[in-house]
Design a protein around this ligand. Structure first.
Ligand SMILES: [Zn+2]
Length: 109
């Protein structure tokens, strides 16, 4: 009984956790677009904004420290992917059962 652990491999689990962090902070609904970048507010630092590239309808690279350190699954990219998934499905996502919905909208590195 491991229902609390997201299905899939390590990458899927990392994306599920990133999506949960994004949802907990309501990041998908605090996004703004500037050109080809989506601006995502920092969860921890007031006034700090990160930039996620929008590439072919997917969340591309992020410029946060975690991403710069090589962590693909940051909450900012997950927030953008969640918003893209919401727009496609026409629903508001409040929780995710699997990382699939997020990973579909994340551009592979
Ligand atoms: Zn990030």
């Amino acid at each position: 009984m491991t229902a609390s652990i997201p299905a899939g491999g390590a990458a899927a689990q990392a994306w599920a956790r990133a999506a949960q962090r994004a949802l907990a902070a309501d990041l998908p609904h605090q996004l703004r677009q500037r050109g080809a970048s989506i601006l995502v507010p920092s969860k921890s630092a007031d006034g700090v904004t990160y930039h996620v590239a929008l590439v072919n309808g997917q969340a591309g690279a992020c410029d946060c420290q975690a991403a710069l350190n090589g962590r693909a699954a940051c909450a900012h990219r997950a927030a953008v992917a969640l918003r893209l998934a919401e727009r496609e499905a026409g629903i508001r996502i409040t929780a995710i059962k699997s990382a699939d919905v997020v990973q579909r909208f994340v551009r592979a590195a």
